[in-house]
Write a protein that binds this ligand. Structure first.
Ligand code: DX5
Ligand code: ZN
Length: 256
């Protein structure tokens, strides 16, 4: 009798604390602390004041963090023209580099949702935008790093379908990007599930924004395997307990 074929391995659960919620006056200590507390990755939010209405850090700070970190740096670019800065961020130490699909589309084509850009209503990218996405992916892969694409809350999952064979991670924004400590947008759950079904088991699905003990279960149940958590980890006086709590809740949640 032949054994039934083993089910394909699910991508592992990863907890990626977001430095946006750290105390920037003691950034190095915060990195070491969260790493000692069991973080799998460290999520670094890069904002340019144009793509999102906030400004954070760039390659120089990432380079300093890289010197301390022993876990992968999960760098989330919320910037215009991400294809122009791939080498700068990889030279600085990014291990996973994610850019927003909305940033590849000319401003005139984007729609301004009340709290950020959206491609809601679009079924396809135009050829020029598609070419830029492919250039970005190729530039990261050439450097032997992992590549991700992020979607704002109302941007459709179908726009990344054609890139799924080439990328390592899809990021479903569960808040409008720009600020920490916002409330998880429940309507994104259906898209998380859609992304998981589209991606199969090879591609990671990361959720970013408002992840805490109340929202981690529904995110994992929908299909997420990488959990970004800023406030829930850095805002907790015991980051080790906070990370363990999220990990245990994720492990106890049936995955699709
Ligand atoms: C939002 C950032 C998130 C944010 C998450 O623009 O991309 O990474 O820091 O923070 P919390 O977990 O506080 O929502
Ligand atoms: Zn982020």
């Amino acid at each position: 009798m032949t054994e039934p074929a083993a089910a394909p391995a699910r991508p592992p659960i990863r907890i990626s604390p977001s430095l946006l919620a750290a105390d920037f006056s003691r950034l190095g200590e915060e990195v070491l602390d969260v790493q000692r507390s069991g973080a799998d990755w460290i999520h670094v939010d890069v904002m340019d004041g144009h793509f999102v209405p906030n400004l954070t850090i760039g390659p120089a700070v990432i380079k300093s963090i890289r010197g301390l970190a022993t876990v992968p740096l999960d760098v989330h670019l919320m910037i215009e023209r991400p294809w122009d800065v791939v080498d700068a961020y990889i030279d600085a130490g990014a291990d996973i580099l994610t850019a927003h699909v909305e940033a590849f589309v000319p401003t005139a084509w984007r729609r301004r949702a009340p709290r950020g850009w959206t491609l809601e209503g679009y079924q396809y990218l135009d050829d020029e935008s598609r070419r830029r996405v492919r250039d970005f992916i190729a530039a990261v892969i050439t450097r032997d790093k992992k590549v991700g694409l992020a979607l704002n809350p109302t941007t459709p999952a179908s726009l990344v379908l054609e890139f799924l064979g080439e990328i390592d991670m899809i990021v479903a924004m569960t808040v409008w990007p720009g600020f920490g400590a916002q409330k998880f947008i429940d309507e994104v759950s259906a898209k998380i599930h859609e992304l998981r079904l589209m991606s199969g088991e090879r591609v990671s699905v990361e959720v970013d924004g408002g992840i805490n003990m109340d929202t981690v279960g529904k995110s994992v149940a929908a299909g997420a395997n990488v959990l970004v958590a800023g406030t829930a980890v850095f805002g907790d006086p015991e980051p080790r307990a906070a990370i363990k709590g999220l990990r245990d809740r994720a492990a106890a949640t049936p995955r699709p």
